[in-house]
Design a protein around this ligand. Structure first.
Ligand code: ADP
Length: 202
């Protein structure tokens, strides 16, 4: 059971997934808030049945899955419905983040939360790791990964906290402006730090 939970965050395309994969290769369990956000509305979930009660059966696709684009459209136009949905989903997601990180079997675990600072979730973790890149790398790498354009990446960045605000919440920072060798070295170094912190935390 992991007592020591490291929250990993960073803007879009900063390298969170790349970083958490490197920790996972060391046997460190990774709990992903994006995965949880899908689990809490998966077919058969209490979350999905409450959404169907509220929005009607047409909010579900023929496959029985939540029609996310449709739901996004509805709440974009109606702030009260958006607030209702957030009030339903945020506690469910939060509860799962706590449960799954506590259940992790590694000496410490990572909780990857892209919007950790935006949603003020620092209290769920023992230490905050920010993956940081400059704007140019962030845009270039996201464009390459998602086959999108700079304007779209900038629009997503606008909806996230500023780099400065995120960095202010960090206990540790990974500077991911360099190459993969530098990244691996930094992860090795942090892994040793987290092992020691987890040990002293027992
Ligand atoms: P996030 O999960 O934060 O959105 P990713 O880990 O998916 O970011 O990284 C964004 C893209 O940048 C991916 O295609 C990834 O392979 C690439 N990438 C990450 N780190 C580096 C690096 N140090 N050098 C070059 N490309 C990188």
């Amino acid at each position: 059971m992991s007592q020591f939970v490291v929250g990993v965050t960073g803007g879009i395309g900063s390298g969170k997934t790349t970083v958490t994969n490197l920790f996972a290769q060391k046997g460190i369990e990774v709990v992903d808030a994006d995965v949880i956000a899908r689990q809490v509305v998966a077919p058969g979930s209490d979350g999905l049945s409450q959404i169907v009660d509220k929005f009607g059966g047409l909010i579900v696709t023929a496959k029985g899955e939540l029609d996310r684009p449709k739901l996004r459209d509805i709440i974009f136009k109606d702030s009260r419905l958006k607030a209702w949905l957030n009030a339903l989903l945020h506690p469910l997601i939060r509860e799962q983040m706590v449960q799954q990180s506590q259940a992790a079997g590694s000496v410490y675990c990572l909780l990857s939360v892209p919007l950790l600072v935006e949603n003020n979730l620092q209290s769920l973790v023992n230490s905050v790791l920010v993956v940081d890149v400059d704007e140019q790398h962030q845009i270039e790498r996201t464009m390459l990964r998602d086959d999108t354009d700079a304007a779209q990446v900038r629009a997503i960045m606008q909806a996230q906290v500023s780099r400065e605000e995120r960095l202010a919440a960090a206990d540790h920072i990974i500077d991911n402006n360099g190459d993969s060798t530098q990244l691996i070295e930094k992860v090795d170094e942090l892994h040793q730090i987290y092992l020691a912190l987890a040990e002293s935390f027992r």
